[in-house]
Design a protein around this ligand. Structure first.
Ligand SMILES: NC(=O)C1=CN([C@@H]2O[C@H](COP(=O)(O)OP(=O)(O)OC[C@H]3O[C@@H](n4cnc5c(N)ncnc54)[C@H](OP(=O)(O)O)[C@@H]3O)[C@@H](O)[C@H]2O)C=CC1
Ligand SMILES: CC(=O)N[C@@H](CCC(=O)OP(=O)(O)O)C(=O)O
Length: 382
């Protein structure tokens, strides 16, 4: 027998229905987008600096979880034995990298591995519908010859065509559709974010760009080496790889995609006695006299309120300490029409916006989530 609920429609009930319906629909959409589905991730190379940072970020992410962490040297050991700082955040044991055993268990893999190693794993994951975010340089280039000139022969060059360069604020739309993202190098992130809008809008010349960049020592990774030995870097400040750094072809390829002619840059990296942090001071020639406001307005058009780019007011310049432990890139600008140059200064945390933070931002985009998820409050740095 049908139930008679005796619900009478009144003008008030109609108004309530009218007002609450969109809220209910929005709630359902929100649930589908950000709701209960947890993305299952594997962090390959979790015993390195960027891998450990990924562990922290994913362990605090509302919509992603760590299903596996891999290591060659520490397989079978608890991650908290290697990084006691992760105690209370994760309880997981390192596995050797056995790709077959990861099949069906994960939706996404972060390859926080050295160059050359990532390219040997990525094809398997792509073939098995597992999204790949590679932190090495192996999938950053479109032109395999440019990669091979700077690194080594490529074993999966066919994947380069569909790989998307993971500079989140610039390539967000393509990243949303990508299965394979080549996360940018830390120096390239610090140069490309301030430069791309100005190159694209023709405000600076494609010739004569100079970047004087400084990096903390964690940029060299956790593996032992003489050049990152405490006594070699403490109380020391020096340029290195002048004229032959492997990030130059990466930056020139990306900048040239946004210009009418190939872009050439002069780039001098320096090592500074900081654990983490990176500052780039970039000098670019103006194509026509301009103002601070005009440059800032151009940058604002590219970096909306959801971006992790903070544009500083006139007269203020970034400081590595202000971005430490965050996913922000701070940018300050000075226009010097006497010398016809724009000076751009950017600062990032090399392990976060320069690597693991941007990788999580890319995961968010690839899985249709809000790009800031899990990145607003970042647990303390190593
Ligand atoms: N540090 C930084 O600021 C940035 C780093 N990157 C890039 O991110 C990637 C990771 O960097 P980072 O975390 O600093 O490096 P680390 O040297 O700190 O860590 C590398 C990780 O890879 C594992 N590994 C090393 N060799 C191999 C191998 N042959 N096969 C499998 N695993 C291996 C290591 O540990 P185990 O021996 O336990 O397996 C470790 O877990 C690199 O490609 C780097 O260029 C990008 C931007 C910034
Ligand atoms: C201090 C230091 O050694 N830094 C590294 C760059 C680290 C980085 O971002 O780059 P990749 O991801 O391309 O390795 C270097 O100069 O090679």
């Amino acid at each position: 027998m049908p139930m008679n609920l005796n619900l009478k429609r009144t003008p008030l009930s109609d108004t309530i229905f009218f007002l609450t319906q969109p809220i209910i629909i929005m709630g359902i959409i929100h649930l589908f987008h950000n709701g209960n589905t947890m993305i299952k991730t594997c962090i390959a190379g979790a015993t390195g600096y960027t891998g450990a940072e990924l562990v922290k970020l994913i362990s605090g992410h509302p919509n992603a979880e760590i299903t596996a962490v891999t290591s060659r040297s520490y397989a079978g050991q608890k991650l908290t034995d290697i990084f006691p700082a992760l105690g209370g955040m994760v309880d997981i044991t390192c596995e050797p990298m056995d790709m077959e055993s990861l099949k069906g268990r994960i939706d996404c893999v972060f390859l926080a591995l050295p160059h050359k190693v990532s390219m040997s794993y990525a094809p398997f994951f792509i073939e098995n519908n597992i999204k790949v975010i590679d932190l090495s340089a192996d999938f950053r280039f479109k032109d395999p010859k440019a990669y091979e000139a700077a690194y080594q022969p490529h074993s999966a060059p066919d994947l380069l065509k569909n790989a998307v360069y993971g500079l989140s604020e610039i390539y967000g739309d393509a990243i949303k559709k990508a299965d394979l993202v080549g996360n940018p190098g830390c120096y390239p992130t610090s140069l490309l974010l301030p430069l791309i809008p100005l190159i694209k809008e023709g405000m600076v010349s494609t010739r004569g760009i100079v970047s004087d960049s400084k990096s903390g020592v964690s940029g060299a990774g956790r593996a032992l080496s003489l050049s990152s030995h405490f006594c070699e870097v403490n109380e020391s400040f020096k340029p290195y790889k002048v004229g032959n750094h492997r990030h130059v072809p990466e930056m020139e390829e990306i900048l040239s995609f946004h210009a009418k002619e190939p872009v050439k840059i002069t780039f001098v990296p320096h090592l500074i006695p900081l654990t983490r942090g990176m500052v780039s001071t970039i000098y670019a020639e103006v194509t026509a006299p301009t103002t601070h406001d005009a440059v800032m307005n151009t940058l604002k058009q590219y970096y909306g309120s959801d971006a992790f780019v903070r544009l500083l007011p006139q007269g203020k310049f970034p400081d590595s300490a202000h971005v430490r432990g965050t996913n922000f890139c701070d940018i300050g600008v000075h226009v010097d029409n006497d010398s016809q140059r724009i000076i751009l200064v950017s600062a990032i945390d090399n392990i976060l916006k320069g690597a693991a933070g941007q990788a999580v931002q890319n995961m968010n985009l690839m899985f249709g989530m809000e790009q800031r998820l899990g990145l607003e409050l970042i647990p303390g740095a190593i």
